[in-house]
Design a protein around this ligand. Sequence first.
Ligand code: HAM
Length: 443
Amino acid sequence: MPLITKGVRGTRDVLPGESHELRYVERTALETAEAFGYSEIRTPVFEATELFERSVGDTTDVVQKEMYTFFDKGGRSITLRPEGTAGAARACLEHGLLAEALPCKVSYITKCYRYEKPQAGRYREFSQFGVECFGAALPAADAELIALAMEIFSVLSITSYRVEINSIGCPECRKRYLEALRAYFQASEAELCETCKGRLEKNPMRILDCKSPVCAKIAAEAPTVLEYICEECATHFAGVKSLLDALELPYTVNPRIVRGLDYYTRTVFEFVSELPETQGLVFGGGGRYDGLIEELGGQHTPSLGFGLGLERMWLQLQALKAPLPAPNRCELYIAAMNAAALEKAAQLASAVRSDGWHVQYDIVGRSLKAQMKFADKINARCTLVLGDDELKNQRAKLKDMATGEEELVTLTDFPEEYEQIMLRRVQKELMESLGGEEILGGV
Ligand code: HAM
């Protein structure tokens, strides 16, 4: 019978043979952020629609075209989060974290949902690693944030990318810029898409990141916000650049970055791939959003953060052939020839597992031959065969599946003996991989 349905368009299954790679990226990001003072926050996958309309902005592509919004059974308008900042800000505000010692630094891994046209590296359900730092006004905060993202890339061995930064000013200096933009776009109003015609009055900046090819072509020649920023914003931006220089972190100023979300003020930045396979792919971005907390009902709290696309970082790692951990391997497979042996296998497995080893035994009722074939298929490192003789003598052979080497072990002391044998092997393998003789010679 054919499958009744397949995964929904724009979604991606991460299978057991690959999930460990994604987990490694997630863990590296979370742990690196911990060293910068960030603690993990987990917020619901859905929020009241109004939260995104007010923060991301009701003239953005995300809100106007891409949100998964529905009414729940109580008649409330609910939206699956299209990004992580709004939920994190709402939660920190709601739980009083912004009334405590600032800055408040939170990190998260979230699934996000945007109804976009799927293509390589663009999904309708995707994952983000993000950080948000609430209550930090100095340019040092912006530089530290960029340094954190770059440290994550460095630990993961992600190279071949550029950091693009810009300043999009504050609401004050943006007033003059919006006037200039309006004048510019009015000249080609008839050619703009219907959504952008509506944006012309309300928020012409959003025309700059419209995905329609005609709007994008017109937008390419539009005036840039950097030409209009006020003195305070310019000083802040100069401060960020000089700190990045002091930290020897390379960047380029791209005055065309505006970001697709309304909450940004002043510094914005993006991480752009320079690999031939993923040329131009933006795998992360963020910036300052000094007005967001007030917009959500809190006190004025200068804040900033970034979001990294986990699938896109993973694509980068694969394209770079960067070192990734091997999948979790079965260390020991215990084959059992009868019911009594299976009982013993379960007991031994339980003892060895509690020392942290990956152990399996037969739970489907296979013949001994089929059990050994299965052990081979799952690439078990060692096998232990249990039958009547082994139970009677309380001794069995531990076999290394790669070398065929066998060692007699005592079942009564098995967990300890097994542990010692395995540690010896791991040590030997490590020595060999590091060029054992030199190391031993140096000891
Ligand atoms: P964003 O630029 O919209 O920013 O998304 C951040 C990252 O999520 C992008 O750079 C990209 O890697 C990934 N991403 C976005 N859309 C998709 C998609 N459809 N498929 C796959 N990956 C995608 C934000 O979301 C902000 N909340 C970031 C931020 C945090 N700013 C301040 N704090």
